[in-house]
Design a protein around this ligand. Structure first.
Ligand SMILES: [Zn+2]
Length: 287
């Protein structure tokens, strides 16, 4: 059964570790992440972007697949199904489809509008016992044309959004989606410390987890980060393993073209990546 992310993140914040959000794209992705979480006795958050939701034939399909898998694979660790960077409409659609957690990314709105929309969704999610993530200070990415530094959130705006009663808060602290550029300035720990001071027990979320050095991840966790999003890293691992299989000509040997064989190395690569992250985040045996 899917659960809200509230309890797992409250425990993570108190225990000074982080729960990974791993984004899913299809059946192999979902199965790899769920099985790894179960094997390592770790709580887990499955992230679905609006684009990935569309790709997987809509939110209802995603909910059906994930619920079916939890049942058929005998998954007993806490699993939250979470909309990643949702619009206001997307958040409502996911709630109706049966997601247990949503992110409303109102960071591109003026702060007043972000507050108004977040507040409405807080009430909506509270009634249904779902977790809600809000965002302050947009998180940069290579596609924005700004490389070098991600954006940094205003700690006072973070407090305003946290005070609305959201479950967890994503704030830009120089992190970036996708691969990090070589001249990246690193995370702004001063900003993170200031946000943590003003928001108290609120679990903080670090987006763009791919390529942030391990020491920075650990320091971020010590400063109140309790949820870390991983997406690109699983994609890179899957692509590299699949490439290796094909380049070795294995798809042309025997029944190597069978999708269950062709996709197996990528599946194993995702499992290894998720395991590595759960070790780094400290969530193993915290289910
Ligand atoms: Zn993100």
């Amino acid at each position: 059964m899917l659960v809200s992310a509230k309890e797992m993140l409250t425990k993570a914040k108190a225990g000074k570790y982080a729960v990974g959000q791993f984004n899913i794209n299809n059946l192999e992705w979902t199965k790899a992440i769920l099985l790894t979480a179960q094997e390592l006795n770790s709580p887990v958050i499955l992230g679905v972007s609006e684009g990935a939701g569309k790709y997987m034939c809509g939110y209802k399909t995603v909910v059906g697949m994930v619920n079916g898998m939890i049942d058929e694979l005998g998954i007993t660790v806490p699993v939250a199904l979470h909309l990643d960077h949702g619009s206001y409409e997307g958040a409502k659609a996911c709630i109706e489809a049966g997601f247990s957690s949503v992110m409303f990314d109102g960071s591109h709105y003026p702060i007043e509008e972000n507050i108004a929309k977040t507040k409405e969704l807080v009430e909506y999610c509270d009634k249904l016992g779902l977790s809600l993530e809000a965002e302050v200070g947009a998180i940069g990415g290579e596609e924005d044309g700004v490389v070098g530094n991600g954006e940094v959130a205003d700690p006072n705006e973070c407090k305003m959004i946290a005070d609305l009663g959201v479950t967890m808060l994503a704030a830009g602290i120089g992190n970036i989606h996708g691969k990090y550029p070589e001249n990246w300035a690193g995370l702004s720990f001063d900003t993170l410390a200031e946000i943590q001071k003003l928001t108290g027990t609120m679990p903080l979320v670090l987006h763009g987890g791919t390529g942030i050095p391990a020491e920075m991840i650990k320091k971020a966790i010590s400063l109140g980060v309790s949820k870390i999003n991983v997406n690109t890293e699983c994609q890179l691992a899957f692509a590299a393993a699949t490439r290796e299989y094909v380049e070795a000509g294995k798809d042309q040997q025997g029944k190597g073209f069978d999708p269950r064989k062709l996709l197996a190395p990528g599946f194993e690569a995702i499992k290894a990546t998720v395991k590595e992250k759960m070790e780094l985040f400290g969530s193993i045996n915290k289910a």
